[in-house]
Ligand binder design. Structure first.
Ligand code: FAD
Ligand code: DHB
Length: 391
């Protein structure tokens, strides 16, 4: 098989890039290790920034999003048993939209298959060879080896993919931090605790109360990194969510059926070497943010924007410079998101039992709820900084 751009991975990064290339008349092949049902049902992110929503409309992927997405002006923050509302929309305009990642994936998969070209599902890339004039992928499909020749490779294959590993350790600048905690996430059939998502910074750890609709909630608990899900039966999860979200101003949390549960570690990784010759890393393949602040999916989409523009300039006008500057164009926005996620993570989680840390965290949150300037600064990043524009 031969194409212009070989895309590894049909997550948000790969599917967005494939659509952007198709709209510019650039051919691509998307190779996905899992089957369609698996990627369309994987529970993960849920908060889309304003620039992501605007882009999805431009790509023709916004029809269901416009109907089913829930626009939020900001979020609630609860500490010292008191609830505060941070309304960013009021200060800077725009919204964050609640729309589950798997729904966005479904919309982009349907668009790809109906209008743009195939996705090779259940095909796992096992080898990448890049040369000065092109690249070759080797992939396994139903016990057979498939070879794909391409001008460029876009590695959109997530944190454990083969793309990043293709860049030798000695050539890769990679900066990592791990946190001693994880998020235990659930989906439950209950009404949301508040009309928009709420972070509860309890002294024993975070609880987060988000939603996927008027009768489905997405809630998270800070737990130790080595937690075993089997130690958390439903009742223990509800007891802890209830205890950490207790307040003087709202009724107790509603309980209901839990129908999905998972654990996610908290870590920050930035692989600053986002390209090697004709190979480019996008999304989680290049960077991971701790989940607080909901930046991961949005960063994946913004990388796709930069690369699709650079590939367009290359194919249409023979301009190579935007491809060469791909990493340096993407990195400032990635670091802004890392900073925001770090700030939120270290403020709303209990990461030590030092009383000084607790007082300082409470003091920071007090400024956030009292100062419009602080809210504006938080809101600009929460609702989404503009996508990078090298042009
Ligand atoms: P992925 O979605 O991981 O896609 C990579 C794809 O590549 C996968 O489909 C995989 O099967 C495929 N693949 C891997 N290796 C190969 C191979 N060798 N060959 C072929 N295919 C391969 N982000 C937000 O923005 N907002 C949120 O609210 C949010 N909440 C989150 C909550 C949780 C609990 C978690 C875990 C994450 C959350 N994130 C959030 C992060 C977000 O889900 C990720 O950042 C996002 O999925 C990254 O998209 P991606 O396309 O880069 O990678
Ligand atoms: C959700 C995820 C997040 O990481 C976050 O900070 C807020 C909400 C969610 O899944 O709804």
């Amino acid at each position: 098989m031969r194409t212009q751009v070989a895309i590894i991975g049909a997550g948000p990064a790969g599917l967005t890039l494939a659509r952007q290339l198709a709209l510019q008349g650039i051919e691509s092949i998307v190779v996905e290790h899992r089957d369609r049902a698996y990627i369309e049902n994987r529970t993960r992110a849920g908060i889309l920034e304003q620039p992501t929503v605007t882009l999805m409309h431009e790509l023709g992927a916004g029809t269901r999003l416009a109907v089913e997405g829930m626009d939020h002006d900001g979020f609630f923050l609860r500490f010292d048993r008191t609830t505060h509302r941070l309304n960013f929309h009021r200060l800077i305009g725009g919204h964050a939209t609640v729309y589950a990642q798997q729904e966005l994936v479904k919309d982009l998969v349907a668009l790809r298959l109906e209008e743009d070209g195939p996705i090779l599902f259940e095909t796992k890339v096992v080898g990448i060879d890049t040369r000065a004039d092109g690249a070759t992928l080797r992939a396994e499909r139903a016990g057979e080896i498939v070879t794909i020749e391409a001008d460029f490779v876009a590695a959109c294959d997530g944190f454990h993919g083969v793309g990043r590993a293709h860049i030798p350790d000695s050539e890769r600048i990679e900066i990592t931090r791990t946190y001693p905690v994880a998020w235990l996430g659930i989906l439950a059939r209950t009404a949301p605790a508040t009309p928009e998502g709420m972070y509860c910074a309890h002294e024993d750890g975070l609880s987060l109360h988000s939603m996927r609709g008027p009768r489905i909630t997405r809630q998270y608990l800070q737990v130790p990194a080595d937690t075993d899900l089997d130690d958390w039966p439903d009742e223990r999860i509800w007891d802890e969510l209830t205890r950490r979200s207790e307040s003087i101003d709202h009724p107790e949390l509603e309980r209901g059926e839990i129908f999905d549960r998972s654990l996610a570690p908290l870590r920050s990784v930035v692989c600053e070497t986002m390209q090697k010759g004709r190979l480019f890393l996008l999304g989680d393949a290049a960077h991971i943010v701790p989940p607080a602040g909901a930046k991961g999916l949005n960063l994946a989409v913004s990388d796709a924007c930069v690369l699709s523009y650079a590939l367009g300039a290359h194919y249409k006008a023979g301009i190579r410079e935007h491809l060469d500057s791909y990493s340096t164009t993407c990195l400032p926005r990635i670091w802004q998101a890392q900073y925001f996620s770090w700030l939120l993570t270290t403020t709303i989680h209990a990461l030590s039992d030092d009383p000084m840390d607790l007082r300082l965290r409470l003091t920071r949150m007090q400024r956030w709820v009292e100062s419009e300037d602080e809210q504006r600064a938080l809101g600009e990043v929460y609702l989404g900084l503009p996508f990078p524009t090298p042009w």
